[in-house]
Ligand binder design. Sequence first.
Ligand SMILES: [Zn+2]
Ligand SMILES: [Zn+2]
Ligand SMILES: [Zn+2]
Ligand SMILES: [Zn+2]
Ligand SMILES: [Zn+2]
Length: 250
Amino acid sequence: MKTGHNGIVNDAQGRVKCVFCVVQIPKAFSCIEQHIHGSKHKETLEIMTDNGIFHNEDNTMYCKPCKTILNNDESASQHVDGDQHSNWIAAIEDLIGGEFINLDSYLCSAKYEEDIRCDLCETAFPFTLALLEKHVNSHDHRVHLAEKLKTLNGIFPVENGEEVWCKLCDVYIENKVQAILDHIDDDELHMKWFASMDDIIEDHDISLDEFLSEEHHTTAECGKCNMEIDCTTENLEDHIFSETHLNQFD
Ligand SMILES: [Zn+2]
Ligand SMILES: [Zn+2]
Ligand SMILES: [Zn+2]
Ligand SMILES: [Zn+2]
Ligand SMILES: [Zn+2]
């Protein structure tokens, strides 16, 4: 696979073609320039990097996830809309949703084989659906996931070590990976807290990071006003409708 190619080739008949978009272009230099800088071509490039599609030296196009060479008359965007590719994407999204596994570096690296990384476990493994599934369900990964989610969910250790404490719900939870994940994913009160908070702070540049990750931190931070606000739904609601907040310019 080769990067840096702009997709423009002369075919055997001497016609100019963009092999990324699969379109013919009039031979004039200005037409070629226009195509390369046009929105269709840019969109195609984006589709390629987002989906692991590369240009081979022999001017064929290769899809890394599908491990297949695209048909001659198939553009990158047609390929990603096809069944094989979209099923692959759907299966992957199912597997890695909420797991902190990032596919971007796998998809945009111009190598045929590329390990996939789990940042939570600081490990890498060859990328197949089976290995990915195995990793996501492994005990190590579940433990690391629970650790990570605790800091995003206001859950803190308790001295006795047998329980953890949820600051949002003010309840104690058994200090077991599954119990913690269940609380985060299924507890009604817990999910309601996030749902109503998200409703209020959405698009308001208000950060709950420190409130959620530090046990004794009681405030949220408004990045727009550069101030701390007591982290309750009532206070935050008051804040986003306050003169101070409304009069800040982005
Ligand atoms: Zn193009
Ligand atoms: Zn594909
Ligand atoms: Zn992992
Ligand atoms: Zn909770
Ligand atoms: Zn504000």
